[in-house]
Write a protein that binds this ligand. Structure first.
Ligand code: NAD
Length: 286
């Protein structure tokens, strides 16, 4: 905590207003976390009901975590649902957290570049798409970096700061400083497949799914991992991440990391069983 605060002071940054696009599992929590740390945050999604759910989740989280009702009110005042994306025009930092697919992300960044201030820093929360691919449509690809948060945002200290081939040093500096300012721990990584964490995590999660395919009960796999010391077993973690996200990431990484995508994962996604966010994945959630 103290070290991070010091880092924040030592690397002053110029970011006050943050615009987050995508209010799903990650975007909603990133936005809420940034608002709780004093930033003015606009949160955009294409679906109004998702925005409403994100605001309800943020409010519940604040009430639980911040004891002082005034602090709850102030945090929620700083977090604004923004269906039309008005916040883009004034943001110093834009964070993209939409579906893990190349074309929608490229199209979104083109739109962002049209509307955001010329000095705004652009960040993507992608888990597996090379930064160079996402930067392709940008007139100025030097302003794009990866800010790769982990799930759940409020518990996971680490944020990978992803350096694309074209990312400017100044952009990386700003990203690191802002990450420290929200009390997270920036870790520099290259834009290589899976960066650092997912390069290790994805083969582990997928191997656990293969065990289930082979007939081991999900509960048994998870129990073994928890007894080993993991805070959560790999099957429950896959449900938490979202099975559609797991599948997209697995598909992106299967070539470079030489991993097979388990058929079970594809089947569950095809059935709409996406994990905790849809109420059912490997487990049922009520
Ligand atoms: P999600 O499916 O929960 O949410 C994505 C949201 O984006 C949806 O609400 C959708 O309505 C919205 N959206 C899609 N296209 C849009 C557009 N053009 N404009 C505005 N909104 C749009 O996904 P998620 O799990 O939050 O993942 C988001 C990103 O974060 C992905 O790139 C993923 O790889 C990455 N990521 C996910 C995790 C995780 O644990 N789930 C962890 C780290 C990084």
């Amino acid at each position: 905590g103290e070290a991070l605060k010091r880092a924040g002071r030592e690397h002053p940054h110029d970011i006050r207003r943050v615009h987050v696009v995508g209010a799903g599992t990650m975007g909603a929590d990133i936005a809420m976390w940034a608002a709780s740390k004093g930033f003015v945050v606009t949160l955009q999604d294409q679906k109004p009901e998702i925005l409403a759910r994100a605001m309800a989740r943020a409010s519940a989280f604040c009430k639980k975590r911040l004891k002082d009702p005034r602090q709850v009110q102030e945090t929620m005042d700083r977090l604004m649902p923004d269906l039309a994306g008005h916040g883009l025009r004034r943001a110093e930092l834009v964070i993209e957290a939409i579906v893990e697919k190349i074309e929608p992300k490229q199209a979104l960044f083109r739109m962002i570049e049209e509307r955001a201030p010329a000095t705004a820093l652009f960040a993507t929360n992608t888990s597996s798409i090379p930064l160079e691919v996402l930067a392709q449509g940008l007139r100025d690809p030097t302003r794009l970096v990866g800010l790769h948060f982990f799930n759940p945002v409020e518990k996971m200290q680490l944020v990978e700061i992803v350096r694309g081939e074209q990312s400017a040093e100044a952009a990386l500096d700003r990203a690191r400083a802002w990450t420290a300012a929200i009390d997270r721990l920036p870790l520099d990584v290259k834009s290589s497949p899976g960066f650092l964490v997912n390069r290790i995590l994805m083969p582990y999660l997928l191997e656990a799914v293969i065990l289930v395919e082979e007939g081991v009960a999900p509960e048994e796999v998870d129990r073994a991992a928890v007894e080993f010391g993991m805070p959560m077993g790999p099957i429950e973690l896959s449900d938490t991440v979202g099975l559609d996200i797991c599948l997209s990431v697995a598909e992106m990484l299967s070539g470079p990391l030489h991993i097979d995508v388990p058929a079970r994962l594809r089947e569950l996604v095809e059935q709409g069983r996406l994990g905790k966010k849809s109420g059912e994945g490997f487990y049922r959630y009520t």
